[in-house]
Write a new protein. Structure first.
Length: 153
């Protein structure tokens, strides 16, 4: 490398005798990376609500009362008996005054009242709504990511 400037006889001389020094530059490349946001497309989102009628069975509760008359026809000496319960049945004593030489209470009958719950299925019409969503991608004309038109490379 430095042989062009020095005559051939200086090649074999010691290092102190060489008068000129060649400088070899050392080059280093550096990389700088930048990023930018590029719009690559668009989307459109739409929502549609549809309604349809559907028949559903709805359980409805109602109560029925059954009254049974039970004849007793007994005279009583104490005050009239009070209302009492026998399981699910309410017993209501019914009294009347009877004319005799002396006045006494006679238990004529008892009303046995039983309450039962019945359930039946009854169809009901109900409106139900349902949403559906569609997504549509919209492409745009754009250069490639680096700003240059694409040339097939």
């Amino acid at each position: 490398m430095g042989q062009k400037d020095n005559p051939p006889e200086t090649l074999h001389q010691p290092a102190q005798a060489i008068a000129s020094v060649d400088v070899i530059p050392v080059i280093e490349e550096q990389l700088r990376i930048d990023k930018r946001v590029v719009e690559t497309g668009k989307i459109r989102i739409s929502k549609r609500v549809t309604a349809h009628e559907e028949t559903v069975a709805v359980p409805l509760m109602h109560e029925e009362i059954q009254v049974e008359r039970v004849a007793i026809n007994q005279f009583i000496d104490s005050p009239p008996p009070s209302v009492r319960y026998e399981g699910d049945t309410m017993v209501i004593p019914v009294t009347m005054e009877v004319a005799v030489i002396e006045k006494r209470l006679m238990l004529v009958e008892e009303l046995h009242v039983t309450k039962r719950q019945n359930q039946k299925q009854e169809p009901q019409s109900v409106n139900l709504s349902k949403e559906t969503v569609s997504v549509e991608r919209l492409n745009i004309d754009r250069p490639d990511y680096y700003g240059a038109e694409q040339n097939g490379c």
